[in-house]
Write a protein that binds this ligand. Structure first.
Ligand code: F6R
Length: 612
């Protein structure tokens, strides 16, 4: 969590850093700050609240500088306030730091620094780190670069940092372990950021720093070294990210834009991989693994949040189509059990950001235990993508709204293609079933276009439920994970308490909650559970619950039973989740907007959860 941006070059650093921080606000937005170094000195400005508040604060200040570091925070150590906001000075105020991550052994370091006479203003682990660096520098009589290296060798935890030094106005030092850091390489200028979005309008040439690496810009030259001080040439890559894709493009919110992008993002995800006309499916990233996957004894999906829901859909798909035993694990639980991994097991991480700390750690554990590890990630070059033996990118484009929408449908699309390709390889699908699935997949973007036309209708329904205090979402089979996802979407952006359940589980407890004030959303499409779900609807109606149902076109039977029916196109059951989730995204979005919530940046959340 937290976003960092730093700049060294010839441009005005402050406006560039502020603009970059706004792009990174999805990573945290409880306070922000900037340190600027010019010939008058090293100054820090910071403010509780969003980057815009920091921007206001800077308005009448003398802030001209060509070197600076900036930070937007998601609090871990210490409440969000001006003092805990980054950057932090060292005691002498000669060094300043920004940090994304957690220094786990900060308490022990802090105690020893206090014994040496250091005092601390903030409650952060970051202030401890910068004073530790200063202390090493003082006692070893070494350069700041050397002090950063030595200090980091003793630090336990995760970090992406940038450090500047009043005495070295031509220098920027950055390092990473476990938290992402990208360096933009321009002409006589360098940009540092948590992802490429603050950089791409200046340069497309980037270096992805690896764990345990330090980048130093000195006198206009960039050097990359490891913690043993061995230098390696910067590996410059071209980032394929267009500016338009990270802007709102006329939509009121990124979330709405991303919901509307799904016909395209799913088409992009399938492009060059799935061809219904030639009945061909091929996932380039898995070319050397598909045989092995087809004979896998077990697949374990590890993921968090929405990505975990995609994993649950994957479970149904792989079991049904490829007849492979599948487990879906919360990465945070998997990593702290002593999971049994046997030969022939595949562990597949699903992650939009590719940086989620728990998912990354679960994958490291699985790799260590000898599993073949694969990744389904959206962010190209992310830590998870780089750790895995192989994988499939979702190609959904940047997802900026904190609530995941298009990344979820792209994950489900990838998992569907993987399951179909594996089943084909294994021979568990007839030719006819295979062809039919491919053409059903190919028709998804068009069908989503159709569902998006129901936006006004869904908004009208949302109006009636804006002030509900609770919601229940029910579905069965493949659409049980969609019920979970519908509930998660609603709670995270509207702050309405919502629960997702398998529809049949309702009578084992949640049914006690049903009365005339309880809205219940059913996914009641014509799949193999249709009749059973209808019975569950009757059970809710008998207790006066108010039912909104997602149904197939022309389904008068369910329409007549429920208060509101949202009709979606018919589809093969195996691909239906890609359609049923869309009205639920829109419903949550409109309810949240009507409640006046900040849907793109809901409270307490961050897009990329790089702490445990
Ligand atoms: C919910 C949401 C989160 C993420 C979760 C995992 O809308 O976005 O639940 O799905 O934090 O993130 P990734 O997929 O980046 O690993």
């Amino acid at each position: 969590m937290c976003g960092i941006v730093a700049y060294i070059g010839y441009r005005e650093a402050a406006p560039l850093i502020i603009k970059g921080l706004k792009r990174l606000e999805y990573r945290g937005y409880d306070s922000a700050g900037i340190a600027l170094l010019n010939d008058k000195g090293l100054n820090i400005y910071k403010k509780k609240g969003k980057v815009a508040e920091l921007e206001n604060e800077l308005q009448h200040k003398e802030i001209s500088a060509n070197l600076g570091i900036g930070h937007t925070r998601w609090a871990t150590h210490g409440e969000p306030n001006d003092i805990n906001a980054h950057p932090h000075f060292s005691q002498s105020e000669h060094l300043a730091i920004i940090h994304n991550g957690i220094i786990e052994n900060y308490a022990a370091i802090k105690t020893s620094l206090i014994q040496k006479g250091y005092t601390f203003e903030s409650e952060t682990d970051t202030e401890v780190l910068i004073n530790f660096i200063e202390d090493v520098k003082k006692h070893k009589g070494c350069s700041t670069e050397e002090a950063v290296r030595l200090a980091l060798s003793e630090v336990v935890g995760a970090y992406a940092i940038a450090v500047i030094d009043l005495e070295e106005p031509g220098q920027m030092i950055a390092a990473r372990k476990g938290s992402p850091l990208v360096i933009g390489v321009g002409q006589n200028e360098y940009f540092f950021a948590s992802d490429a979005t603050p950089i791409i309008e200046y340069t497309k040439d980037v270096v992805y720093l690896d764990d345990h690496e330090i980048a130093v810009v000195k006198d206009g030259e960039l050097a990359i070294k490891n913690l043993d001080n061995q230098e390696k040439g910067p590996f410059i890559q071209t980032v394929e990210l267009e500016l338009e894709s990270i802007e709102k493009g006329g939509f009121e919110h990124f979330m709405l834009k991303e919901i509307y992008e799904q016909p395209k993002s799913i088409a992009d995800c399938m492009r060059g991989r799935l061809n219904a006309d030639t009945a061909h499916i091929q996932l380039g990233g898995l070319i050397h693994y598909i045989d092995k996957l087809a004979t896998a004894k077990r697949i374990v999906f590890v993921a968090c949040g929405t990505s975990w829901h995609a994993g649950l859909v994957g479970e149904y798909l792989f079991e049904e189509l490829a007849r492979i035993n599948v487990e879906v694990e919360y990465a945070s639980e998997f990593r702290y059990r002593n999971p049994i991994i046997e030969e022939g097991d595949f562990v597949i991480a699903i992650s939009q950001s590719g940086e989620t700390a728990d998912t990354l750690a679960a994958l490291e554990l699985a790799k260590h235990k000898g599993a073949t590890i694969l990744g389904v990630c959206n962010v190209v070059g992310s830590s998870i993508a780089r750790l895995t033996h192989a994988g499939v990118y979702t190609h959904a484009g940047p997802e900026i709204g904190v609530a995941s929408t298009k990344a979820f449908t792209a994950q489900v699309s990838v998992l569907s293609m993987m399951a179909i390709a594996t089943a084909k390889q294994k021979g568990t699908l007839t030719d006819e079933e295979y062809r039919s699935l491919l053409s059903e997949m190919a028709s998804i973007p068009r069908k989503i276009e159709q569902i998006l036309q129901l936006d006004e209708e869904i908004k009208d329904i949302a109006k009636l439920f804006t002030f509900a205090s609770n919601f229940i979402f029910l579905g069965r089979g493949l659409n049980f994970p969609v019920a979970l996802e519908g509930a998660l979407k609603l709670k995270e952006i509207s702050y309405i308490h919502a629960e997702g359940y398998p529809a049949a589980e309702m009578k084992h407890g949640p049914i006690a909650l049903i009365d005339e004030d309880m809205p219940v959303v059913f996914i009641a499409i014509k799949d193999s559970s249709y009749e059973k779900v209808m019975s569950n609807i009757q059970e809710v109606k008998a207790r006066k619950g108010r039912v909104i149902a997602i149904v197939n076109e022309g389904d008068e039977t369910v329409r007549n039973m429920v208060d509101f029916a949202i009709e979606i196109p018919n589809s093969h059951e195996m691909v239906s989740t890609l359609l049923t989730c869309i009205p639920l995204q829109l419903l949550s979005y409109h309810i949240a907007v009507m409640r006046g919530r900040n849907v793109d940046q809901p409270r307490n959340l961050a897009k990329s959860v790089t702490v445990e």
